[in-house]
Design a protein around this ligand. Sequence first.
Ligand code: HAM
Length: 508
Amino acid sequence: MKFQAIKGVRDILPPESALWNRVEQAARSVFHTYGYGEIRLPIFEPTELFARSVGLDTDIVSKEMYTFEDRSFLAPEEIRDFTSFAEFVVRAERAFKAGEIPQTSNNASALGEMVRYRDELAEAFRGADPTRGGKDLGTFTNQLVQPYRLLGPVFALQMGPSLSLRPEATASVVRAYIEHGMQTRPGNVKLYYIGPMFRRERPQKGRYRQFCQIGAELLGPSDHPALDAEVIEMLLAFFARMNLNGAKLYINSIGDKNCRPAYVKLLRGELQKVRDKLGADSQRRIETNPLRVLDSKLPEEQAIIDTLPHIADHLCAACREHYAELKRQLALRKIEYEENWRLVRGLDYYMRTTFEITAPGLGSQNAVCGGGRYDGLVELLGGPAATKGIGFAIGTDRLLLSLQEAGAATKCGLEVYIAWMGVRAYPAAVALARKLREHNLSVELPAQQMKFGKSLNLADRLGARFAVILGDDELAAGEFTVKRLADADQRKLAEAELLEYLTKSRTA
Ligand code: HAM
């Protein structure tokens, strides 16, 4: 059998992984200058965390999460005979009491059935005479066991909490913020994260089932638009550091709980008037989440959507002022943007500021970053109501695609290849390799001797910048021959000069 990575997930191989590292390193260094510290979060969380924060009606929660029941410690697969069944019932009862398995009425009644059946079986086994029927008191027999009575409640039991691989990390950051009482820290809490997220989406270019995000979140008592603008400034500083050209920033305000409900009602009313002209998805969303109709990419819906009321005309005074100030703050920072009234974002926790950045070379999946303000989320998850939040997440896979389309180098970074020949040359080659590596140079030392021609050819194919040639002549002269492979420039140097020459011409 030949194994392959499953659909929608990928291996990142060298030399491409070097570019990933460069991107992540640049993010760390730029975010550091804005006072952000790294938070390392778990990959899975209670399903409920995402259901509450991202929202039950969103695509992410309703169809894209990888959800499983964490059941291993009860081990129902160990049920083979009466004794192991009885032990399972004891384990399950204990776990239920301790809250290790969900204390739901479903679980209580499944447990009740199991206990009843265990007691009946115990009774039946007691009455069975091993000298006549040869019934083994320890092992289930056909006469004694009714599989549906045994397996029914075992399968009905929810044996552990429902967990999900994280589809995004804002919910986890907020969970951690509350769990660790981070509101007591001075000033704003500024956190960034780098890591994989999981969504069961239809894979295509730039859309994967496991993808990486670089995200940042700012939590604190203030919702001043200067914070929104600074978060965006940091994001653009990072893109500039990566030389990402052609990125475009789109912004919008989607109001708050005071003004959005009235707008949603108005929108729903307008959409109902044109229901017949809309596709099935949008028709459903009229009821569940009319704002998401604005996200539609269906060509036949575009003309209709153009006629719908804009949220900007329905913001309350506070949201209008917040949005106007955001634009002033962006102008102050000389940040160019375009307003997009249809930018509502696909997660429920947003309010007021939303933004997205697109990058060239990505086809239809061209959003390389999305973010926004989520002032009610900390409270929704049980934290202090006064805490506000704003943040973003960059899709690293898409950023890499865009950088590569623009010709970003993914060179292997091998600096020196040591071509040695002769048994006497090998110890010198080993010592030289170690010395060069101590100076942080990337060195390839072939384990077996090769003819110089073959060795240099391999050096070339590996993409090495230099080949150091070490044979009997060099040993005799106490020198090394070094060849720059790009232009075949060749010189003979003593060890100290060689070190200086190589470290000076090191790649960045
Ligand atoms: P999001 O818009 O769902 O927002 O994702 C952010 C970015 O992750 C997208 O712009 C895209 O670049 C990337 N992305 C999303 N799904 C995929 C996928 N299937 N394959 C490849 N890349 C993908 C959030 O996740 C929010 N948590 C952002 C945020 C942070 N808002 C406030 N704070």
